[in-house]
Design a protein around this ligand. Sequence first.
Ligand code: CTP
Ligand code: MG
Length: 557
Amino acid sequence: CPNSDLQAQRRLARTTFATKAQAINKTLHAGTLKRLDVESFSSIQDERRERAERSVLISCPPKINERKILDYLSKHGDIRNYFFYQTYGMYAVVEFSSKESIAALKGSCTIPSVQHEASVPFKSRLLSLKWTGSIGPTTVKCHEQLPISINELIQQLSEQESIDQQMQCLTEAYQLTEENISLRFLVCSLLRDIAAAYFPESIIRPFGSTVNSFGKLGCDLDMFLDLDGVSVQNQRKGSGLSLEYQVKRGASERNVTQSILSVIGECVDQFSPGCVGVQKILNARVPLVRFSHQPSGFQCDLTANNRVAMKSTELLYVYGSLDARVRYLVFTVRCWARVHGITSGIPGAWITNFSLTVLVLFFLQQRTPAVLPTLDQLRDLAGPSDKCVIEENDCTIVSDLSKIKLQGNTDTLEKLLQEFFEFYGSFAFNRSSINIRKGREQNKPEAAALYIQNPFETSLNVSKNVNATQLERFVALCRESAWLLQQGEVLKRSATPSADQIPPWGLAALLLPSVAESAGVKGRRKKKREPASERIKTLLQSLKSSRGGAGEKQSSD
Ligand code: CTP
Ligand code: MG
């Protein structure tokens, strides 16, 4: 896509968004908080998976004519949906109305002959479009698969009129798009074609932030190979005769999972086009195969039989659906944490996004009146068909969300953000653990800097990896941010409509690199720390003189 087109599309998206954000904000302030319409989690996933099975991913030449491509492909069947995007080249996701069209399309594909090398003749749904005729005009609209840069975000936030609007704006700018979620399901479906060679009834399901409603563009793709349909045991009654499969045995469930993942990982590495950098990490607590899927740009983690994680994904989705403010606060806190190096893309002693999300949920349970119910309350509302026990863990939660009665909390987003920082700026992490099941803090069962009880595997600590230094940094930044949100200079939106850019204020000011830099927390450079009050003064100074430039040191993720 030419740059100017991209910019025009972004401008349009921004304007549309600004109108939408204002509408949402009006609703919030009118005190008519409406619960989001919720379809059952599993029915949404099933529908997306079915659509992915009717789709193909096509690498296209850089200059293409949309009409010509669609005319060509629709010879094989009716096209229901499609979109184009650019990563390492131009790609099209094309969804046909029926699966038969895929078979027809594949029937017309050839396996390329390559010079000096040989092809693995695996016929996947990742195709390449070759173009030998005249190109014609390039007429393709590309859909962004990555978030806007932090500088652009800060600029957009500064243009908003309230902190509530800023938090909504941030969420809209970062959340996964419909197209991006479709692409994620398609990648799962392409991998399932590999697994199906051994386990035809298996399903590869996405979990984590792809489907829990808190995913940011560019987040990893967590998947699990679900063999439940394969393993179901049917006791046949009747004549007294029955047949069973002869099977190999492993020493334990874990052992069997490791050997299955090892073989599937090998096939992904050897046969699956587009999958690179395959690593088998089979000795982890949850064994996994990690790789990059180049055509989509997704970093993928494939696990097996990880049903508890799927259930905690559903739990997060339910919490995110109960009140619109939950997602706004989670997205804001996740972004704030990432910008200041509280979370990281690299595994280590950092707080993870999952832990951070549970911290937000817990905080929302502590409000008076509570914004969110406890997990025990969600379990108590469950009907008989909701009962779910996985490896002796009670994972039951209500599926009919209309049974959940919220308590009518009407706090603004600004108030919630401010008080989130105050709450964790003074939380007794040294002796208390976070427990969203009970909705109250409890004595820590074991020594760990940060103890967040796993919602379903209650003997586990979600944040076991976090060390004292990382926790201290989180607490210090919470205190600074709480303080900043009380300062007139930070809260004041500049009334200079003639200026090109409005200086960062409110949430935009909290995301300024100078906060992190002056606090000595950005990167791991050793830097002499100034007293907190001096650092904050420096920030305010930089706020006053700034005309919107957010510095060059921040990355987009
Ligand atoms: N999970 C868990 N316990 C942990 C870590 C993860 O149960 N200690 C589960 C959660 O359901 C989580 C999922 O595994 O959502 C995926 O983990 P991860 O990728 O770390 O978190 P995401 O929620 O996907 O967030 P991100 O956007 O950072 O990937
Ligand atoms: Mg993830």
